[in-house]
Design a protein around this ligand. Structure first.
Ligand SMILES: Nc1ncnc2c1ncn2[C@@H]1O[C@H](COP(=O)(O)OP(=O)(O)OP(=O)(O)O)[C@@H](O)[C@H]1O
Ligand SMILES: [Mg+2]
Length: 520
């Protein structure tokens, strides 16, 4: 394999021998990382490999115990993100740090050192518009953050970094939350930034993207660098192997199983979104036992509201929900859980877990009232700890122990923790929203396998995902949602990408002529 050689004068970032420890783990174990001026550099590795930690060190959030950082050849010591920004390093975190009640402009200038009386919002607006124009970032400066889609918020974060003069831009899993169209736009922005001499470092688990957009790739495994390669020299399979340390097979066996009886029936669901606008406009469908029904669609078309409505977290304006023939339309979430419904929520931080609780507590969140965990008011901690240890092993959650707080887990490991809890309860119905988001290749495969196993065991599964490959690979039937309505339904074995794509953009199935769509 070609190890990449770099000229000293081309180097924008050099991190030398970085060591960063947390209680019980060495997140970065003598990591040396080099990024060139004008390159797009991908940082790859399994969940918990130390990617976010390394970039948080570069962005001044963590002080390393050992090692040195050089920016454009000058040695730096960062005591805070502010120091890093001063040196030209900006970071867009996976969880945005914008204030929802402020406008785009206000967020961009927020926290700048300039004294208040000097702050000229009009000037700022002009500067923001110029940056937006220069880098092809579509934004509305006077919009409020709460009005923006996730993709738009990300653009605000990028502008914020550019506004502060970032020459080196770090993005932590930027595409995990984007629609395919937004991803295309982001990549075009990143390319134009690199062409203007910026250095882009981005973390991703999507290997197709990594090979498509990056110039070079650094691979971490268990806190250490295992390879630095030119992207053009490697395949997706090779990258996966470097990450995991053994060959990874990108194939899934989907066993033949006959669908059983109807488990979920949704009839004419109507619900509002958080802004009080119609999000579901008459959604009807069923899911049977032994069946995975996929919901394909660009995010923001009612998927989150659908998942919440089914789980009793969002009131319906109209419509009925039946579980195993029983009307659960107005049932509270606690009752819905008791009836055997599991949910993998969209937001693993806000809904899926409690950061300040430890892993064991998070694993029993949903069923601590029931035997064998508790009898009457008494919780059997011995049982809980054994249960937690077993699940953490089975789901390969990488953490120092069951008493680690959930908020200290890496993104992917938190997702695994939630899956462990939800899938271990032998659910009758699983509502899984983006179940593999943020997971590394290995974990993604095992979660998909788990869902198929649950299907074999008889669970009814509603799989809500933007990843069309995932939906097509796992589902028995595919529904396409657009602006709160189901555009059509196709059996997975006769699914046509083109047809689904057109429905995702708002075409109704009955208006599509199959032969035309194939030719299109
Ligand atoms: N603030 C923290 N306190 C304690 N441990 C931490 C902290 N941040 C990260 N860790 C641990 O350090 C290790 C590396 O975590 P990191 O977040 O860097 O992984 P990652 O490569 O970004 O993974 P992912 O792909 O899942 O996001 C993990 O074992 C994680 O649990
Ligand atoms: Mg991470």
């Amino acid at each position: 394999m070609t190890e990449s050689n770099v000229q000293q004068s081309d180097i924008a970032v050099e991190m030398r021998d970085i060591v960063k420890r947390f209680p019980g783990v060495i997140a970065n174990d003598h990591v040396t990382f080099i990024a060139k001026r004008g390159e797009i550099h991908a940082l790859l590795g399994e969940n918990g490999a130390g990617k976010s930690t390394l970039m948080n060190v570069l962005a001044g959030l963590y002080a390393p115990e050992e090692g040195e950082i050089f920016i454009n050849g000058r040695k730096m010591t960062f005591h805070s993100p502010r120091d890093a920004i001063e040196a030209g390093v900006g970071m867009v975190h996976q969880h945005f740090r914008l204030v929802p009640t402020l406008t785009v402009v206000e967020n961009v200038v927020l926290g700048l050192d300039e004294p208040r009386f000097k702050l000229n919002l009009e000037e700022a607006t002009q500067k923001i518009e110029a940056l937006a124009e220069q880098y092809g970032l579509k934004i509305t400066p006077d919009a409020f953050i709460w009005q923006l889609s996730v993709g738009e918020q990300q653009r605000v974060e990028i502008i914020k970094a550019l506004y502060r003069g970032a020459q080196i831009l770090i993005l932590d899993e930027p595409t995990a939350v984007l629609t395919p169209q937004e991803t295309v736009e982001l990549f075009s922005t990143l390319r134009s930034m690199a062409a203007k001499g910026h250095t882009i470092i981005f973390i991703s688990h999507k290997l197709d993207e990594v090979t498509a957009i990056s110039d070079r790739v650094t691979v971490l495994r268990a806190g250490k660098v295992v390879a630095v390669v030119e992207a053009k020299d490697v395949t997706k399979e090779k990258l996966a192997e470097l990450m995991v340390g053994r060959p990874v097979i990108f194939r899934l066996e989907k066993p033949e199983v006959a669908p059983g009886q109807e488990v979920l029936r949704a009839e004419d669901l109507h619900a509002l979104n958080n802004k009080g606008l119609p999000a579901l406009k008459g959604v009807s469908f069923t899911v049977r036992a032994h069946e995975i029904v996929g919901v394909a669609g660009v995010s923001g078309n009612g998927q989150a509201e659908l998942s919440e409505a089914l789980y009793g977290l969002r009131p319906l304006q109209k419509g009925k929900i039946y579980l195993n023939g029983q009307n659960i339309t107005k049932a509270p979430t606690r009752e819905i859980i008791r009836q055997g419904v599991a949910q993998v929520p969209e937001d693993r931080h806000k809904e899926g877990s409690i950061g300040d609780m430890d892993l064991a507590e998070n694993l029993i969140l949903k069923n601590y009232r029931q035997p064998p965990i508790s009898r009457g008011p008494v919780i059997s901690w011995k049982y809980v700890f054994d249960f937690a240890k077993t699940l953490i092993r089975r789901f390969d959650v990488k953490a120092p122990g069951i008493h680690t707080r959930a908020r200290l887990l890496s993104g992917g490991n938190l997702q695994k923790l939630i899956l462990a809890r939800e899938l271990s309860s032998d659910p009758a119905l699983i509502i899984a929203m983006h179940p593999t988001q943020g997971l590394d290749v290995g974990a993604t495969e095992s979660v998909r396998e788990l869902l198929l196993q649950e299907r074999s065991k008889g669970a009814a599964i509603l799989l809500i995902s933007e990843d069309l490959d995932e939906v097509m690979q796992l589902s028995d039937r595919i529904l396409v949602i657009y602006e709160g309505e189901i555009m059509g339904e196709v059996p997975a074995d006769r699914a046509d990408r083109n047809e689904i794509g057109l429905m995702m953009a708002g075409a109704r199935q009955e208006t599509l002529n199959h032969h035309e769509t194939v030719a299109a």
